[in-house]
Design a protein around this ligand. Sequence first.
Ligand SMILES: Nc1ncnc2c1ncn2[C@@H]1O[C@H](COP(=O)(O)OP(=O)(O)OP(=O)(O)O)[C@@H](O)[C@H]1O
Ligand SMILES: [Mg+2]
Length: 1013
Amino acid sequence: MESALTARDRVGVQDFVLLENHTSEAAFIENLRKRFKENLIYTYIGSVLVSVNPYKDLEIYTKNHMERYRGINFYEVSPHIYAVSDNSYRSMRTERKDQCILISGESGAGKTEASKKILQYYAVTCPASDQVETVKDRLLQSNPVLEAFGNAKTLRNDNSSRFGKYMDIQFDFKGAPVGGHILNYLLEKSRVVHQNHGERNFHIFYQLIEGGEEDLLRRLGLERNPQQYQYLVKVGRSRVSLYAGRGNCGVLASTVFCLCVCVSQGNCPKVSSINDRSDWKVVRKALSVIGFSEDEVEELLNIIASVLHLGNIQYGGEDSGNAYITTDTQIKYLARLKSPLNLEQASSARDALSKAVYGRTFTWLVNKINVSLAYKNASVIGLLDIYGFEVFQHNSFEQFCINYCNEKLQQLFIELTLKSEQDEYEAEGITWEPVQYFNNKIICDLVEEKFKGIISILDEECLRPGDASDITFLEKLENTVGGHAHLTTHKLTDGKTRKVMGREEFRLLHYAGEVNYNVNGFLDKNNDLLFRNLKEVMCMSDNKILTQCFDRAELKDSRRPETAATQFKTSLAKLMEILMSKEPSYVRCIKPNDAKQAGRFDEVLIRHQVKYLGLMENLRVRRAGFAYRRHYETFLQRYKSLCPETWPSWQGKLADGVSTLVKHLGYKPEEYKLGRSKIFIRFPKTLFATEDALETRKHSLGERESHVSHAVVVQAWWKGILACRRARRRREAANTIRRFIKGFIYRHNERCPENEYFLDYVRYSFLMKLRRNLPKTVLDKSWPTPPTALIEASERLRKLYMQNMVWGYCKKINPEWKHQLEQKMVASEIFKNKKDNYPQSVPKLFVGTRLNGEEINPKVLQSLGSEKMKYAVPVTKYDRKGYKARPRQLLLTSNSAVIVEEAKLKQRIDYAALKGISVSSLSDGVFVLHVPTEDKKQKGDVVLQSDHIIETLTKVAICADKVNSININQGSITFTMGQGREGIIDFTSGSELLVAKAKNGHLSVTAPRLNSR
Ligand SMILES: Nc1ncnc2c1ncn2[C@@H]1O[C@H](COP(=O)(O)OP(=O)(O)OP(=O)(O)O)[C@@H](O)[C@H]1O
Ligand SMILES: [Mg+2]
């Protein structure tokens, strides 16, 4: 863990933020040098990777190395391009946020190599399937194709990318690379027609001539000798004349304007580091892997050959000033057509055509690759391999565009780095301390602002009629933005600067330093015009690629095409948008020397790059707050042995552990801050002191090392077992969920393997629910609703359970309660659903008697003799005549019902003689005891009223065994008054109880209405 930190004395610091003197450029370069000498080409500035081109193959890109960086926090191992790749990949996977890796640096610094290493890392380490294999191959093979057509040998780099490239690598939800998309920027088209001495044209020309099969070359009319082609090697001045002709020179079917032209080419067809013949094979194979048909390849090569032919057209001048073609070969291919252009115009027209054809073919090629890599809805990692700041002796339009691009990228860097720093502080609850930095927006505005920016002024000069020239452009600049703090010209500046500036130059003070631009050629390069009739002929070509490149719609469009600078500005704005939507990582590449030599560290050259890459500014922003930050767990794990309370393990909260540890180590409050999950250490020296303490501690721990290593083995085993258990549990959980879902789908089917688990679960869960929700008392009728399959079983269970509960209930009943219930049962039999006041009686217990011994006259008791009194209750008796109400007592003995008036036994009705009992169905308490009329002892039926009618009559029914002789009547009761006369009691409902004689001579009983029956 953080192994390189412990070895820092030997190889400097692996992260520049740990440089004690972080503002010193010398210390910065010294650290680079130290590491470079040890072949440590990578160093971080926080999360930015600085890479120095080793110019030799280092054994650090093997599969083993890739494995080492997989899934590891990038500070845990020494800095590497794979660590950045892996970090972006994991962020994309875990945070679901698109990523981009921005690679910058000057020509030859190793940008393209870095981007290839990243691509290879993903190709090897990401999950794959058959289809993915094809995409992976295409992604990898797009490189040799793009390099053949877009790279060239320059003085700085034998394989220099002459275009900017942004490539999206697309990943599916499993993290497998499944597609890609490429955007290309600003191809250096001028190279097609002109190269500096010692440089070459694009590789493809040489590859075709060196590697192309005899047959192919014959068909294309080419010779296997680059010396034959003006655009490749020849240097000289020819007298030429201008023609425009149509022919079948392969493709161009050209209208060619020719003139006297001074051709000065690279004259460098052979390069020791390049094997064109074997590269040709690689490119041919790559084209077919990407999906080019044989016909398409032939058409593409036709175009390449035609550009070479075009370059070879030689001309002679007529006395009139017009030009004519002098080369036989070309005349063979080109029909004559005289043109009124003069020599210079014809020269630029020819070259403009070559550039346009090549440039558009290149764009077509990129689009074609994009089609073969197309994929939708993916997560993305973008790779930007784009020209770094360029500062030459002479800087022109191209450098202006490139440096403008770098200003934009710097702005993005500042915004995103500061923002992510700020976000982290906020997330950790640490106060943000504003960072002083130079905001280069002012320079971006100077270049791109509408109407008054340099590009707008340049466009205006290009478009305005009249005698616009590069010089008038310079004057306009002076007039419009001459006062700007970041721009000056020869005329505007002071004497000292004037000495180092040409009259045709303007100087921009870029964020990274000053650059003088020579305005010569700005207008032409910005216009990038092609004669209309040349375009027309291109549209008529038989070559399918060319007809796609030159669209007829373009001819009809009368608007002036966008200028090169405006196009570039627009595409840059789009690029910024793309990059803004992603989480960036940065790789800053440095070239150690101009000689492309291994082991040479040219300090002057490197200082220049450190400046123009803005590395010191990067470091300043990154070091503005805290030099070092780590998660509590990581920090504690590493340093816990330094404090007795935290060693060997800390049981409490991590934050408390770290706090205890740093206090023990004597950190001062200003040296560190504790966030929510991380510790922030302000100065590297604090960390180094801790590291040194750790080193010392390790030695003392060394003696116990063998024990520790045993412990480590045991620990590893135990961790392994725990991990296995966790994995098994996860697997089982996933299986259960799967089976459950399947079972749910098949739940209505017959029991089958797919649903048995689910059905069993449903049963089980019903039974469990039932267990928790069983009725608590015999009266509780609730019961959980069963699933369909269990309706019958549930019903049986319910009955069983109820029986059981009732049985248990009965077992617990005592004799008194049993007696009570028996009486209640009888009452229920007689009155339930028949008499209105029955329900009210149910909860009221029946008492043994309503009159005790003292309340009954002793004489009455005496006259009852040995007859046992079972129940007594006060009642009201209604006279047979006049229905007068008289208070009486009703006594029930074992043999008879006795009506008592104080001491007098008024009437005794033997149970045997009791014919029946009548009551109404209403809520009144009136009842009639019917006695036989023939019995002379009896005076007729007795009309009584009790306040406890249900209880009284139940007692009567039980004592007299007359349960079945109680009649419940609706409306009225007829009774016998004696001597054969009959009386009638009418029952009605009313608000309250009222018993009185009615006018019709009946006894009228009004029973109070009750709410329920
Ligand atoms: N990591 C590396 N290991 C070994 N050699 C390297 C490495 N990086 C770069 N080189 C060497 O440096 C050369 C130039 O690198 P590269 O083409 O990547 O530069 P570049 O930054 O893309 O330049 P340009 O802007 O011109 O395209 C490579 O051809 C290779 O020989
Ligand atoms: Mg490159």
